[in-house]
Each structure stands twice: as structure tokens, then as C-alpha cells.
Write a protein that binds this ligand. Structure first.
Ligand code: UDP
Length: 358
């Protein structure tokens, strides 16, 4: 890559599930990457295989604290820092709102001061429990502003409004992607989201915890597809600001997902039904016409192939954890460093994942 083509790119939340895959892709493309994370939900082990790489800098900092533009002259900013699992973001809701809103303000100020282009990782949660299905970008949503999910939903809605105000008022070059449910290697065992819960339960021989009657739907996008879309969006025509939906439109009920995972994991765990959480959206599926038209993007990883790969990854992570119990090492470190007898791929991205043609 020529010096001109190489960019200095800041990824906030860079050691999280999505952020670490994004850092990998950007480094592999030859860019300089600054990964900012306070490790509150992200894990250092997700990026440890990059420590020492000449183009990689790890910065331990809370995104809600102001940054000096002089020390961080960058060309692009991907703003991902935020707890994303309902279990995590509801644990300290005030902190969640603070992270989202102050983080957005700080990063927008940095973009304004440095002239960087900035991409916001927004969410399908801005649609709340949607009355329009599938969800299209012009739909304003149906969010309970005082409910348990509001810290995340309203925080992300406020961040979107800040992005568009900085764009209109100060001319900052902004991009907003609305991310639908995403899964893949490097989800944490204790993440709390449905995909990791079901897979871990299936592998441990515990019943899969289906909330409600399991008739609620979600649409799951493999992390590799998501990262591809984010990079395309960042580098698209400046006039295309979004918001744009990024997700896989194949919709499944949670009961069907549980049954699929039991089958793919070869598990006889069975299913248990627990009460549905408050304000749980009944249906979710992205309309991705806009992403296809402007970015030429459609997801390519089939759900069965992606889930099978993720099951394999969790199988190694859990085995390494068990090994850790015996040998006193941090389990996920062992899994990711690939130095156990299991020899897991440290990056979690090179395992086989089947693709279907777009
Ligand atoms: N869910 C479930 N069992 C679990 C975790 C989640 O049935 O162990 C359901 C949850 O009620 C929701 C869906 O799965 O309807 C997706 O939940 P998740 O926490 O993954 O993310 P969300 O899409 O709600 O942000």
C-alpha cells in the first residue's frame, strides 16, 4: 500500500466482538489502526494477536472522556464503543447512556478538529418494537423512552441526531450504519445474547433458555459480512451519509434458532421456557435495499454455515476454559493464543465458514 493510500484509523471499542474483527480487516488492508477501549466489555485477548504489529496501537481509555485532537490526528473514526448485549447495557444504564452520548460528542469533536470522516455504529434498536416490518430506514421507530432498554435505544437515537447535527452545523463528514443482530467467533461466553447463550448451553448440555414462547424473530448477520459493509460504508460517496441498515434479512423465530443450534451442535440439551423480558421486540428484519443500492453489498454467509463455525469456535473456547481450570490459566486467552493442544486459530476469523452466493 502506498503512503497516500494508507490511512490512520481510530476504532473505538476496538477490542470488542465487532471492533476486533474490524481492526483485523483494516490492519490486513495495510492501514494504521488505533484501537481505543476501556475493556469494560471488550477483551484484551481479542486483539492480543496484534500487539507488536507496527501499524497497531492499543489505547486504554473510556470513550466518554475527552481526547486531545493533537495526539490523535486521524483520517477516519469508527465509533463502536458501547456495551451491546441487553444484559450488559442494562447492568449500569446510566453509564451506558453516558458512554453512547458523551462518546459520540467526543468523537464528533475529534472528527471536527482533525477533519476525519466518522462512522457511527448505530443499531436496529432505534426502531424499538417495530410496527413496520421489515424495517426501512425512513421508519422513525416505536421505542419506550422510559423502559429498561431506553438507555441503549434512546442513547443511540440521540447519537444519531448528534451525528446529523454535526454534519449540518459543522460540515463533519458522517456515516451512520444501523446494525442488526450479529454473531460469530469472539462473542463472549457470558455475553448474554441469544446466539452465545444457546450455543454455550447446547455445548454444556444445559437446556436452552427460550424467553417467552420463542415466537419472537431476529435476523442474524455473520460478523465478516458486517465488517465488509462497514468498510464499504466508510469509503462510500460522502453524499451518502445513511442511516443505512446492515444485517441479514433471513428471519428466524428464537424457537427455530434453538432447534437449529441443538442440531448443529449435536446436542440433546432440550429447551426450557423462561419469562419474556420487558419491551422485547416481537419481530426484527432489515430491509437492505439501500445498502445494496449504494454499497453493492449483500450478506454472503448462510446462517447454518455461520452458526456451525461459531459452534466450533465456542467448543474450543469452552474446552480451553476447562483446561484453564486445571492449569490455572485464563481460559479465553488460552483459546485465542492457540497454544493449547486444541490449537485454535488465534484470530477466530480463519476457521472455515461456508458462503453462499449473494
Ligand atoms: N433470548 C432468548 N433466550 C436467551 C437470550 C435471548 O430467548 O437466552 C431472546 C430475547 O428475548 C430476544 C432474542 O432472543 O427476543 C434476542 O435477544 P438478544 O439478547 O440476543 O438481543 P436483542 O435482539 O434483543 O437485542
Amino acid at each position: 500500500m502506498t503512503a497516500l493510500a494508507q490511512k490512520r484509523i481510530l476504532v473505538t471499542g476496538g477490542s470488542g466482538f465487532l471492533g476486533s474483527h474490524l481492526c483485523d480487516r483494516l490492519l490486513d488492508a495495510g492501514h494504521q489502526v488505533i484501537c481505543l477501549d476501556d475493556f469494560s466489555t471488550g477483551s484484551a485477548s481479542n486483539v492480543e494477536h496484534r500487539i507488536g504489529h507496527p501499524n497497531f496501537t492499543l489505547l486504554e481509555q473510556d470513550v466518554a472522556l475527552a481526547l486531545s485532537p493533537a495526539s490523535l490526528a486521524v483520517d477516519q473514526i469508527y465509533n463502536l464503543a458501547c456495551p451491546a448485549s441487553p444484559v450488559h447495557y442494562q447492568r449500569d444504564p446510566v453509564r451506558t447512556t453516558r458512554t453512547i452520548v458523551l462518546g459520540a460528542l467526543n468523537m464528533l469533536d475529534l472528527a471536527r478538529a482533525t477533519g476525519a470522516r466518522i462512522l457511527q455504529a448505530s443499531t436496529s434498536e432505534v426502531y424499538g418494537d417495530p410496527e413496520v416490518h421489515p424495517q426501512i430506514e425512513p421508519y422513525w421507530g416505536h421505542v419506550n423512552p422510559v423502559g429498561l432498554r431506553a438507555c441503549y435505544d434512546e442513547g443511540k437515537r440521540c447519537a444519531e441526531s448528534l451525528f446529523f447535527d454535526y454534519h449540518r452545523q459543522y460540515g463533519v463528514s458522517v456515516k451512520v450504519v444501523r446494525i442488526f443482530n450479529t454473531y460469530g467467533p469472539r462473542m463472549q461466553v457470558g455475553d448474554g445474547r441469544v446466539m452465545s447463550n444457546f450455543i454455550v448451553q447446547a455445548l454444556r448440555g444445559e437446556p436452552l433458555t427460550v424467553y417467552g414462547r420463542g415466537q419472537q424473530t431476529r435476523s442474524f448477520c455473520h460478523v465478516s459480512d458486517l465488517v465488509e459493509a462497514m468498510i464499504r460504508m466508510m469509503n462510500s460517496d460522502a453524499a451518502f451519509t445513511g442511516p443505512v441498515n446492515i444485517g441479514n434479512p433471513v428471519e428466524v423465530t428464537m424457537l427455530a434458532l434453538a432447534e437449529r443450534i441443538l442440531c448443529l451442535a449435536g446436542s440433546v440439551s432440550g429447551i426450557t421456557y423462561l419469562p419474556a423480558p420487558a419491551d422485547d421486540p416481537a419481530r426484527r428484519r432489515p430491509d437492505i435495499t439501500l445498502a445494496h443500492r449504494h454499497l453493492g453489498w449483500t450478506p454472503s454467509v448462510d446462517l447454518d454455515c455461520g452458526v456451525a463455525q461459531t459452534v466450533a469456535w465456542f467448543r474450543h473456547a469452552l474446552a480451553a476454559e476447562a483446561c484453564d481450570g486445571v492449569h490455572g490459566r485464563h481460559g479465553s486467552d488460552a483459546a485465542r493464543s492457540g497454544d493449547t493442544a486444541l490449537n485454535v486459530d488465534p484470530s477466530g476469523v480463519h476457521a472455515d465458514v461456508g458462503r453462499v452466493s449473494p
